[in-house]
Design a binder for this molecule. Structure first.
Ligand code: ADP
Length: 469
């Protein structure tokens, strides 16, 4: 039954009132039917017996005592009195006058009194009144039967009422009270910190919707607890990482600066080398601090994304040229190909997507082989543009792949070298790609290289935006 709780309650109230009434009426009807059928035959018999007896008498009834004695067996058989009147209401015979006083019961209601017309052997029509002396003998049990039928129908009505109350109480208790009990138990469990207590309720009624809401709320609380724990864990991790990652380059900068101050460096060439190391270390520090800053903004969902419509090939072409220039002094070959012939527009934040590309290219360089070869490739793919950055570097271990986009996760090499990053780069990359409605994944083979593939939705005409070149 898919009816709402309100409908079910209305149905319960209505049926609790109407069904017992109907049952009582039905019992009354069937009882009355049986009563009339049975008693009519018996009354017919009585009337014909009385008629037979009276018909054989004479008009005027000369010997009333003899008449009484004649009909006495009949009077006794039916336990009744017979009164005879002429048509002019003149009393001719009253059997009560011949009976003992205590044999006569005159208080019976008059529905046990019948009047028939009989013509004696000689003479004119008489009115013969037959009155029952008790309501215990047939055919005068009408009163008793009526009382029985009334009691039976009231009894049946009451019984049905009790039955309806029991049925509906059980039903309502099963469909309303039991789920409420479960909700109460669930809130108790939640209060004690157990958030893995789903309530199972299949109906789609008000309670079903409430339970659904409750389950969603429980899941929400559970998720936010989990998130909070993750935040706390990552915060702890962050503090540990910050102190470690900042201390390492700082202490080496300190060492080199002290060397310069104390005059350990003798010649100009050595001095330049020292300064170059200091420069590299400060750059590394700068990179780390930048990552941490971006990460903290990402954590509080405040990494601003300001999208514009750009021409994909123009944008990426320009971006790669810039990187090629930056990498000109390193043994890095960076190329870009776009397979699409027609121009493709995408909606993106040029600064953030540049950050994504820089991170991926930096990683390809950082985890690359001796002769680094990086290929950037773009193509349209089911309403998106897919950007693939392939390197010929060391590749990523299978067991690391599921975690590399997680904040602070660093592969073995990154962990063991000073030049290793913060472990935040790819999590920031993923955040930015997701914020653009795209996705990112990696395909990698250890020792051969990796391909990072991310997608960005193509621009659909009609959105409000500025055109970027
Ligand atoms: P990190 O600052 O350590 O580079 P990232 O989030 O950028 O942090 O990368 C996470 C880990 O993924 C790295 O520590 C490294 O092990 C692995 N990784 C990322 N890019 C590459 C790549 N191109 N080749 C091999 N390993 C990579």
């Amino acid at each position: 039954m898919k009816s709402s709780l309100k409908t079910r309650l209305v149905l319960a109230f209505l049926s609790t009132i109407t069904v017992p009434i109907l049952i009582a009426i039905l019992t009354l009807y069937l009882g009355a039917d049986q009563l009339s059928n049975g008693e009519d035959d018996q009354l017919d018999q009585l009337f014909s017996d009385v008629k037979k007896e009276i018909r054989m008498t004479e008009d005027e009834l000369p010997d009333r005592n003899a008449f009484y004695n004649e009909i006495k067996p009949l009077l006794d058989q039916y336990d009744m009195n017979v009164t005879i009147y002429t048509e002019d209401r003149e009393l001719i015979f009253d059997s009560k006058n011949y009976r003992e006083v205590d044999e006569v019961n005159s208080f019976l209601p008059n529905f046990n009194t019948f009047t028939i017309q009989v013509q004696p052997e000689t003479g004119i029509m008489w009115d013969v009144t037959i009155q029952a002396n008790s309501s215990q003998n047939a055919p005068f049990q009408r009163m008793t039967h009526i009382v029985h039928i009334l009691l039976l129908s009231v009894g049946m009505g009451l019984l049905t009422l009790i039955l309806m109350i029991v049925i509906w109480t059980t039903y309502i208790s099963r469909t309303v009270l039991t789920p409420l009990k479960h909700i109460y138990q669930a809130t108790e469990e939640m209060r004690e910190g157990n958030l893995d207590y789903p309530i199972v309720y299949k109906r789609k009624d008000e309670i079903g919707r409430f339970i659904e809401g409750f389950n969603v709320m429980r899941q929400h609380v559970k998720d936010s607890f989990k998130k909070q724990k993750q935040y706390e864990d990552s915060r702890k991790e962050l503090i540990a990482s910050i102190s470690h990652d900042l201390r390492t380059p700082l202490s080496s900068i300190k060492g080199y600066v002290e060397g310069l101050r104390d005059g350990i460096v003798q010649n100009e060439e050595m001095k330049q080398r020292y300064l170059q190391v200091i420069h590299n270390k400060t750059e590394h520090l700068d990179h780390l601090i930048e990552d941490l800053f971006e990460f903290s903004k990402m954590e509080v969902d405040q990494l601003p994304i300001e999208k514009e419509v750009v021409n994909a090939s123009v944008y990426f072409e320009k971006l790669i040229t810039k990187h090629q220039f930056e990498l000109r002094n390193q043994a890095v070959e960076l190329t870009y190909t776009n397979v699409e012939e027609k121009p493709t527009s995408i909606l993106l934040d040029p600064v953030r997507v540049e950050q994504v590309m820089s991170n991926l290219i930096d990683n390809a360089v950082r985890y690359g082989s001796d002769q680094i070869n990086i290929k950037v490739h773009t193509n349209d793919l089911e309403g998106t543009i897919a950007i693939t950055i392939t390197d010929n570097g060391q590749g990523i271990r299978n067991e690391d792949i599921p975690y590399i986009f997680t904040s602070f996760y660093r592969g073995e090499k990154s962990r063991s070298t000073y030049s290793g990053g913060s472990g935040l780069g790819l999590s920031i990359v993923k955040y930015i790609v997701k914020a653009h409605g795209g996705d990112i994944h990696v395909e990698s083979e250890l020792g051969k290289g990796s391909s990072f593939i991310f997608t960005l939705p193509l621009y659909v005409k009609g959105s409000n935006s500025n055109i970027y070149e």
